[in-house]
Ligand binder design. Structure first.
Ligand SMILES: Nc1ncnc2c1ncn2[C@@H]1O[C@H](COP(=O)(O)OP(=O)(O)OP(=O)(O)O)[C@@H](O)[C@H]1O
Ligand SMILES: [Mg+2]
Length: 332
């Protein structure tokens, strides 16, 4: 049973469409990764879903939580849901923590709004949350200001604030990109532990396919404002079929592979003002034919359960294919 259902979500800024009909479900307790290069629409999808885009954005489609429509919902409905049933953490902790308010106060405020806790009950729960996310001496540091904490600790405090409303879904938008590898691993561990303890669902937005495989059960690959491939981690990691997904995997440095295995995807994500006709990936795609440059593929369910939008997917043999040199087809 889906907790969130996004249907045909479309977003335009100043008449320029950046999201072209996204369909995405998140089941209760499930963890879904959202990947794709910068500018593909990962953040906009969830900002639109939660009514957080600026007024100039035109949002169409439907987003429901347990059947309740969020697109076009009143401000008070959305404010009740955000931080309550759905919480978000962002890449940059400084955008979420108020620098002039003591951290304990910020967490107790969230507890007051979303769980009506006051006084000692709120204070004790805030300390428990700070403790749970691994802030050393949580009781002693309750009255400290954000600048007295390290970057990784601020990230943990943001997670504590997000958890204050006991959310059913946590949207984590690149929560570890600004952190070094050890702290990143600790935060990923922490998110896994919290999910195991609370049954919370999660959407994990990241460039890092390794991190996604560590914390997610399912993965959605976005390109130029559309989902191009979607499936379980097992299926997509064993056998990525969209040439773009394949490109993302091939661009990951392999520990065992030496330098020659690192194949970047040539070219860049198209400007939303100037989307190519046909498949948006076709100008960069080593497998594209004339047909791909003309016609737009739609996302279709495949026999193995994945969804895929491609006219010439990578073979399903499970073998690593020789990827032709993209530069030739881009130049052509
Ligand atoms: N407030 C805005 N006004 C105008 N255009 C915007 C705005 N926010 C996002 N966009 C555009 O929408 C598109 C999708 O942006 P989005 O932030 O969703 O990318 P992303 O996939 O999250 O990338 P990144 O990995 O860099 O965070 C981009 O072309 C971006 O320029
Ligand atoms: Mg983003």
């Amino acid at each position: 049973m889906s907790l969130i259902e996004i249907r045909d979500l479309r977003v335009a800024f100043d008449g320029i469409q950046v999201l072209h009909g996204v369909d995405l479900d998140v089941a209760k307790g499930e963890s879904v990764g959202l990947v794709g290069e910068s500018g593909c629409g990962k953040s906009v999808t969830w900002l639109a879903a939660l009514g957080l885009l600026p007024g100039k954005a035109r949002v169409m489609g439907s987003v429901t939580i347990d059947g309740q429509e969020l697109c076009g919902a009143t401000r008070s409905t959305l404010e009740g849901i955000r931080g309550g049933r759905i919480a978000m953490i962002f890449q940059d902790p400084s955008s979420s923590l108020n620098p002039v308010v003591r951290v304990g106060r910020q967490i107790t405020e969230a507890l007051r709004i979303h769980r009506e806790l006051e006084g000692d009950a709120a204070r004790n729960e805030a300390i428990r949350l700070m403790d749970m996310v691994g802030i050393p001496d949580a009781r002693g540091r309750f009255d400290a200001y954000p600048h007295e904490f390290s970057g990784g600790q601020c990230q943990r405090l943001m997670i504590a604030m997000a958890l204050a409303g006991e959310p059913e879904l946590l949207i984590a938008d690149e929560p570890t990109t600004a952190l070094d590898a050890t702290i990143q691993a600790q935060i990923l561990d922490l998110l896994g532990t919290i999910r195991a303890e609370t049954g919370m669902a999660m959407v994990f937005i990241s460039h890092d396919l390794g991190a996604v495989s560590q914390v997610c059960e399912r993965i959605c690959v976005m390109y130029a404002g559309r989902i191009v491939e979607e499936g379980s981690i097992g299926i997509l990691f064993d056998n990525p079929r969209h040439p773009y997904t394949r490109g993302l995997f091939d661009a990951i440095p392999q520990l065992d592979g030496g330098r020659e295995r690192l194949i970047p995807i040539h070219g860049t994500v198209p400007d939303p003002k100037n989307l190519p006709q046909g498949c948006a990936f076709s100008p960069r795609c080593p497998r594209a034919t004339g047909f791909c440059h003309d016609k737009l593929p739609v996302l279709k369910l495949q026999p193995d359960g994945r969804q895929l939008s491609c006219f010439h997917p990578v073979s399903g043999s499970g073998q690593r294919l020789q990827v032709p040199d993209c530069r030739e087809s881009v130049a052509a």
